[in-house]
Design a protein around this ligand. Structure first.
Ligand SMILES: [Zn+2]
Length: 135
């Protein structure tokens, strides 16, 4: 199965909402997690069982699900500044942002008051999400 067919099949089998949640959870932390959550593994297993496919390993997961789940743009790599999350004020609520442009990732807000971080971090982003965030 081609990666695009896997994405489409996944969406069809589990529904749009679950698909979005699955992909956004993959990319909610940078650096990327090296392990999936149990429920994510379970969905993958259900999927591969249903279509009689080989199990999907985590390395492949990032290759397969490399599109913005909202806009379907291919995700790109970037290196962004880590900023103080306590100082960020947004015009849009966190929930709206997650709905409209969840993968803008123009910077990486962290709790700098409590923890130490490097200056920057590698992320992936969706061009359409960034476009919408800038408006
Ligand atoms: Zn997007």
């Amino acid at each position: 199965m081609e990666t695009q067919d896997i994405r489409i099949g996944f969406k069809k089998l589990f529904g749009n909402e679950k698909y979005i949640h699955f992909v956004l959870t993959l990319y909610e932390a940078f650096p990327l997690r090296k392990r999936l959550f149990f429920w994510q593994e379970q969905l993958l297993k259900d999927f591969t069982n249903k279509f009689d496919l080989e199990p999907i390993e985590i390395e492949q997961v990032y290759e397969i699900f490399n599109h913005c789940p909202v806009h379907n743009y291919e995700l790109k790599d970037d290196n962004v500044l880590i900023v103080d999350g306590n100082e960020i004020s947004s015009k849009v609520s966190y929930e709206r942002e997650k709905e409209l442009f969840p993968m803008a990732n123009i910077n990486a807000p962290r709790d700098l008051e409590r923890f130490n971080y490097p200056k920057d971090v590698n992320v992936v982003y969706c061009e359409k999400c960034r476009e919408l965030k800038r408006v």
